[in-house]
Design a protein around this ligand. Sequence first.
Ligand code: HEC
Length: 166
Amino acid sequence: MNAVFFKKTFFLSLFVLAFFISCHRFSPPASSVSIDRGRYLSVISGCHDCHTPGWAAAGGKAEEKIWLTGSDVGFEGPWGTTYPTNLRLNLQQMTEDQWVNLAHVLHTLPPMPWWILNAMTEDDLRSLYRFIRSLGPAGKPAPAVVPENVVPNTLVIPFVPEKMKK
Ligand code: HEC
Protein backbone atom coordinates (compact mmCIF):
# COMPACT_ATOMS: atom_id res chain seq x y z
CA MET A 1 0.00 0.00 0.00
CA ASN A 2 1.49 3.34 -0.89
CA ALA A 3 1.90 5.97 1.84
CA VAL A 4 -0.34 8.63 0.25
CA PHE A 5 -3.22 6.16 -0.17
CA PHE A 6 -2.78 5.00 3.44
CA LYS A 7 -2.85 8.58 4.74
CA LYS A 8 -5.99 9.40 2.73
CA THR A 9 -7.95 6.36 3.87
CA PHE A 10 -6.72 6.80 7.44
CA PHE A 11 -7.97 10.41 7.66
CA LEU A 12 -11.17 9.59 5.79
CA SER A 13 -11.99 6.82 8.27
CA LEU A 14 -11.22 9.16 11.19
CA PHE A 15 -13.63 11.68 9.73
CA VAL A 16 -16.38 9.06 9.22
CA LEU A 17 -15.86 7.78 12.78
CA ALA A 18 -16.04 11.31 14.22
CA PHE A 19 -19.22 11.94 12.23
CA PHE A 20 -20.95 8.85 13.66
CA ILE A 21 -19.83 9.64 17.20
CA SER A 22 -21.18 13.19 16.96
CA CYS A 23 -24.50 11.95 15.50
CA HIS A 24 -24.85 9.58 18.39
CA ARG A 25 -24.09 12.27 20.97
CA PHE A 26 -26.51 14.84 19.64
CA SER A 27 -29.44 12.71 18.53
CA PRO A 28 -32.37 12.77 20.97
CA PRO A 29 -32.93 9.67 23.12
CA ALA A 30 -35.35 7.11 21.64
CA SER A 31 -38.03 8.29 24.06
CA SER A 32 -37.91 11.58 25.93
CA VAL A 33 -40.57 10.46 28.42
CA SER A 34 -39.09 10.05 31.88
CA ILE A 35 -39.79 10.57 35.56
CA ASP A 36 -36.76 12.87 35.83
CA ARG A 37 -38.09 15.06 33.04
CA GLY A 38 -41.45 15.21 34.82
CA ARG A 39 -39.75 16.31 38.04
CA TYR A 40 -37.85 19.01 36.15
CA LEU A 41 -41.01 20.23 34.38
CA SER A 42 -42.99 20.37 37.63
CA VAL A 43 -40.37 22.72 39.07
CA ILE A 44 -39.70 24.98 36.08
CA SER A 45 -43.34 25.29 34.98
CA GLY A 46 -44.37 26.48 38.44
CA CYS A 47 -46.77 23.69 39.53
CA HIS A 48 -45.30 23.65 43.05
CA ASP A 49 -45.81 27.40 43.49
CA CYS A 50 -49.46 26.72 44.23
CA HIS A 51 -49.95 22.95 44.46
CA THR A 52 -47.18 22.34 47.08
CA PRO A 53 -47.94 23.84 50.50
CA GLY A 54 -45.36 26.43 51.63
CA TRP A 55 -43.25 26.15 48.44
CA ALA A 56 -43.36 29.81 47.39
CA ALA A 57 -42.99 31.12 50.96
CA ALA A 58 -39.83 29.00 51.41
CA GLY A 59 -38.31 30.23 48.15
CA GLY A 60 -39.01 27.06 46.15
CA LYS A 61 -38.45 24.36 48.75
CA ALA A 62 -40.53 21.74 50.54
CA GLU A 63 -40.08 18.18 51.71
CA GLU A 64 -40.78 15.82 48.83
CA LYS A 65 -43.40 13.98 50.87
CA ILE A 66 -45.73 16.99 50.65
CA TRP A 67 -45.01 17.84 47.01
CA LEU A 68 -48.15 18.54 44.95
CA THR A 69 -50.56 17.61 47.77
CA GLY A 70 -52.59 20.80 47.23
CA SER A 71 -53.59 23.48 49.66
CA ASP A 72 -56.50 24.52 51.83
CA VAL A 73 -55.58 28.18 51.56
CA GLY A 74 -57.95 29.50 48.91
CA PHE A 75 -57.49 32.08 46.19
CA GLU A 76 -60.42 34.46 46.52
CA GLY A 77 -61.38 36.73 43.65
CA PRO A 78 -64.26 37.74 41.41
CA TRP A 79 -64.54 34.01 40.42
CA GLY A 80 -65.23 32.85 44.01
CA THR A 81 -62.62 30.90 45.98
CA THR A 82 -60.51 28.15 44.39
CA TYR A 83 -58.03 25.79 46.00
CA PRO A 84 -54.93 24.26 44.40
CA THR A 85 -55.99 20.64 44.02
CA ASN A 86 -54.17 17.59 45.36
CA LEU A 87 -52.49 16.29 42.20
CA ARG A 88 -51.04 13.26 44.05
CA LEU A 89 -54.63 12.06 44.71
CA ASN A 90 -56.30 13.33 41.54
CA LEU A 91 -53.87 11.67 39.16
CA GLN A 92 -54.61 8.32 40.83
CA GLN A 93 -58.12 8.63 39.39
CA MET A 94 -57.01 8.65 35.75
CA THR A 95 -54.91 6.69 33.30
CA GLU A 96 -51.93 8.29 31.58
CA ASP A 97 -53.94 8.65 28.33
CA GLN A 98 -56.86 10.25 30.16
CA TRP A 99 -54.42 12.73 31.72
CA VAL A 100 -52.92 13.64 28.33
CA ASN A 101 -56.41 14.21 26.87
CA LEU A 102 -57.54 16.26 29.85
CA ALA A 103 -54.39 18.40 30.03
CA HIS A 104 -54.65 19.34 26.34
CA VAL A 105 -58.12 20.87 26.81
CA LEU A 106 -58.11 21.77 30.53
CA HIS A 107 -59.73 25.09 31.34
CA THR A 108 -60.20 25.94 35.03
CA LEU A 109 -61.10 28.94 37.14
CA PRO A 110 -58.26 31.36 38.05
CA PRO A 111 -55.50 31.53 39.06
CA MET A 112 -54.53 28.09 37.64
CA PRO A 113 -52.46 28.75 34.49
CA TRP A 114 -54.26 26.04 32.48
CA TRP A 115 -52.71 27.32 29.24
CA ILE A 116 -49.32 25.96 30.38
CA LEU A 117 -50.72 22.42 30.40
CA ASN A 118 -52.54 22.98 27.08
CA ALA A 119 -49.19 23.97 25.50
CA MET A 120 -47.15 21.01 26.77
CA THR A 121 -46.12 18.30 24.33
CA GLU A 122 -47.44 14.77 24.78
CA ASP A 123 -44.00 13.65 26.01
CA ASP A 124 -43.99 16.47 28.60
CA LEU A 125 -47.43 15.49 29.85
CA ARG A 126 -46.56 11.79 30.03
CA SER A 127 -43.36 12.65 31.93
CA LEU A 128 -45.27 14.86 34.36
CA TYR A 129 -47.86 12.15 34.92
CA ARG A 130 -45.22 9.47 35.58
CA PHE A 131 -43.37 11.76 37.98
CA ILE A 132 -46.49 12.67 39.98
CA ARG A 133 -47.62 9.03 40.07
CA SER A 134 -44.11 8.01 41.20
CA LEU A 135 -44.57 10.20 44.30
CA GLY A 136 -47.58 8.08 45.28
CA PRO A 137 -50.87 9.20 46.86
CA ALA A 138 -50.59 11.51 49.89
CA GLY A 139 -52.48 14.22 51.74
CA LYS A 140 -56.16 15.00 51.63
CA PRO A 141 -58.40 16.35 48.88
CA ALA A 142 -58.46 20.16 48.55
CA PRO A 143 -61.69 21.92 49.58
CA ALA A 144 -64.28 22.33 46.82
CA VAL A 145 -64.66 25.62 44.96
CA VAL A 146 -66.64 28.17 46.97
CA PRO A 147 -68.97 30.23 44.77
CA GLU A 148 -68.81 33.99 44.59
CA ASN A 149 -70.77 35.73 47.39
CA VAL A 150 -70.33 32.75 49.76
CA VAL A 151 -67.84 33.37 52.58
CA PRO A 152 -65.21 30.61 52.63
CA ASN A 153 -64.39 29.05 56.01
CA THR A 154 -60.66 28.69 55.29
CA LEU A 155 -57.74 31.06 55.05
CA VAL A 156 -57.69 32.89 51.72
CA ILE A 157 -55.31 34.92 49.63
CA PRO A 158 -57.48 37.70 48.17
CA PHE A 159 -57.05 38.72 44.56
CA VAL A 160 -58.80 42.06 44.66
CA PRO A 161 -58.48 44.46 41.74
CA GLU A 162 -57.91 47.95 43.17
CA LYS A 163 -61.24 49.48 42.11
CA MET A 164 -63.23 46.65 43.79
CA LYS A 165 -61.82 47.52 47.24
CA LYS A 166 -64.50 48.76 49.62
C1 HEC B 1 -51.10 30.25 40.47
C2 HEC B 1 -51.39 29.00 41.14
C3 HEC B 1 -51.29 27.71 40.33
C4 HEC B 1 -50.25 27.25 39.55
C5 HEC B 1 -48.93 27.95 39.26
C6 HEC B 1 -50.65 25.95 39.03
N1 HEC B 1 -51.91 25.64 39.48
FE1 HEC B 1 -53.00 24.02 38.97
N2 HEC B 1 -54.61 24.77 39.95
C7 HEC B 1 -54.61 25.88 40.77
C8 HEC B 1 -55.94 26.10 41.30
C9 HEC B 1 -56.36 27.22 42.24
C10 HEC B 1 -56.75 25.07 40.77
C11 HEC B 1 -58.26 24.87 40.99
C12 HEC B 1 -58.99 25.59 39.87
C13 HEC B 1 -60.49 25.37 39.92
O1 HEC B 1 -61.00 24.95 40.97
O2 HEC B 1 -61.17 25.64 38.90
C14 HEC B 1 -55.88 24.27 39.92
C15 HEC B 1 -56.33 23.18 39.19
C16 HEC B 1 -55.48 22.31 38.50
C17 HEC B 1 -55.93 21.13 37.80
C18 HEC B 1 -57.38 20.68 37.61
C19 HEC B 1 -57.89 19.97 38.79
C20 HEC B 1 -57.27 18.60 38.95
O3 HEC B 1 -56.62 18.36 39.99
O4 HEC B 1 -57.39 17.74 38.04
C21 HEC B 1 -54.80 20.51 37.33
C22 HEC B 1 -54.72 19.22 36.53
C23 HEC B 1 -53.66 21.33 37.71
N3 HEC B 1 -54.11 22.44 38.42
C24 HEC B 1 -52.34 21.03 37.42
C25 HEC B 1 -51.31 21.97 37.52
C26 HEC B 1 -49.98 21.74 36.99
C27 HEC B 1 -49.50 20.44 36.34
C28 HEC B 1 -49.29 22.90 37.16
C29 HEC B 1 -47.90 23.23 36.69
C30 HEC B 1 -47.77 23.28 35.24
C31 HEC B 1 -50.19 23.84 37.84
N4 HEC B 1 -51.38 23.23 38.04
C32 HEC B 1 -49.87 25.14 38.22
C33 HEC B 1 -53.53 26.73 40.98
C34 HEC B 1 -52.33 26.67 40.29
